[in-house]
Design a protein around this ligand. Structure first.
Ligand code: CAA
Length: 412
């Protein structure tokens, strides 16, 4: 178990994020949602305040404040607008492959530009026929002289179009099982690289989610992350372990934002001669929403602190999945109940709560569906069962033999 300690820097960054959320995000959230426009004003404020430096190591112009600080900043932004929360956090998702797997030269080349906010980043993993099964990619990259040539289409690229740097996962060795995939950086403006479809989404409408198309896109060999082919799947998995607490923090912010609105509304709205917050069934709903949000918050902090302490590996993977799955399920539950508290008005777009409900659903889907998170958690538990062998003496022998044959694999 890891102590949860917020550094001075983490506290300072979080306070800045709250201020930006109050001044530049919340007041215009409905407007950008409706227009499906990116909130450039808030992005500039985030860059000026140095918040893009949060997760970037100090050697490359960042604050090196880690995943816990990133969670705090994301939570504050998402409390005001979940869409802007991911518009911010996806820069971490896109740059973690370079941080965790890049060469020294690659880190020096790209990370300072991300830290300053000069360049934004996107993560291109999913494809039309490869979502949860992330190893089943089809986008192909092959070597030609001093270049990699990339062909194919990616789906669900968050920040696509506004980002300048894209971490693209491609098949470089179709015959290999474990070293099939590599991550390659493609920069905006490279000939053959295009955003072809901007998705019309149910929620998080301020941030673009697009299809990215690669038509014989040529990049220098130096753009291969880590300098060696075949490491891409590991880079993708380690990246997701680092980024999932960010989605989880987005969920906590979204849940808290919805709860705050429901709480205020319930104290104003009068029915049967008193505020509805005084009616027991509504009081219970609000109390449950608060309990779940607070529990999710501390699980997210625990996961983030643990990842900062242990680095990539099984603990990071399990903690990230626990936090992502739990917090995003909570956000959906809390947003649903918040709409219920608002009654008929909750269903109307004149009120801000409908947006929290629309925004919440994607949290249970992206950066690994909650079914995938449960699968990851289950696999870890089965592995851990071996370490709990001494407990076997408390399980009657006959039951073990009959019902628990050794070597059961998680669904795999
Ligand atoms: N860290 C490092 N390595 C890992 C790892 C981890 N967390 N998890 C697995 N690996 C390694 C394994 O050790 C194994 O290595 P070897 O071949 O050397 O043994 C290899 O990767 C394959 O592992 P698995 O057999 O466990 O892989 P799998 O095919 O069963 O898939 C999975 C596992 C967990 C389902 C994975 O495919 C997964 O996470 N899927 C979800 C993908 C996802 O989250 N997509 C979202 C994309 S981002 C997005 O949503 C858009 C956006 O822009 C916001």
């Amino acid at each position: 178990m890891q102590d949860i300690i917020f550094s001075e820097k983490a506290r300072e960054l979080r306070a800045l994020a709250r201020q930006i959320a109050d001044e530049h995000v919340r007041p215009k959230a409905a407007q950008y949602d409706k227009a499906q426009e990116y909130n450039w004003e808030a992005k500039e404020a985030v860059a000026q305040a140095g918040l893009f430096r949060t997760w970037i190591p100090e050697e490359y112009g960042g604050h090196g404040a880690g995943v816990l600080a990133l969670a705090g900043v994301t939570e504050e932004l998402a409390k005001a607008d979940s869409g802007f929360g991911v518009a911010f956090a996806v820069n971490a998702l896109g740059s973690f492959p370079i941080i965790l797997g890049g060469t020294e030269e690659q880190k020096k080349r790209w990370l300072p530009q991300v830290a300053s906010g000069e360049k934004m980043v996107a993560f291109c993993l999913s494809e039309k026929f490869a979502g949860s099964d992330a190893s089943g990619l089809a986008v192909r990259a092959y070597e030609d002289g001093d270049e990699w040539v990339i062909c194919g289409e990616k789906k669900w690229t968050t920040n696509g179009g506004v980002a300048d740097i894209y971490s693209v996962f491609c098949v470089t060795d179709p015959d290999s099982k474990s070293r099939r995939i590599s991550a390659i950086v493609v920069e905006k403006g490279t000939p053959g690289f295009e955003v072809k479809k901007v998705e019309d989404k149910m929620g998080i409408r301020t941030v673009p989610v697009v299809e990215t198309h690669f038509d014989n896109v040529r990049v220098p060999k130096d753009n291969l992350i880590g300098g060696r082919a075949g490491l891409g799947f590991r880079h993708a998995m380690a990246t997701l372990d680092y980024a999932r607490p960010g989605v989880a923090a987005q969920a906590v912010g979204a849940a808290q934002g919805a709860l705050n609105l429901a709480n205020v509304y319930a104290n104003r709205r009068q029915q049967f001669g008193k505020p509805i917050s005084g009616h027991q069934m509504v009081t219970k709903m609000l109390a449950d929403m608060a309990m779940k949000t607070e529990a999710a918050r501390w699980l997210v902090y625990a996961a983030a602190a643990s990842i900062d302490s242990t680095g990539p590996g099984p603990t990071a993977s399990k903690m990230a999945a626990l936090a992502k799955c739990y917090a995003t399920d909570v956000a959906m539950d809390v947003a649903t109940d918040a709409v219920q508290v608002f009654g008929g008005y909750g269903f109307m777009e004149d009120y801000p709560i409908a947006k929290y409900f629309r925004d919440a659903k994607i949290l249970q889907i992206y950066e690994g569906t909650n079914q995938v998170q449960r699968m990851v958690i289950g696999r870890h538990l089965i592995r851990e069962a071996a370490e709990l062998e001494p407990l076997q003496e408390f399980i009657p022998q006959e039951t073990q033999e009959e019902y628990a044959p050794k070597g059961v694999a998680a669904d795999a």
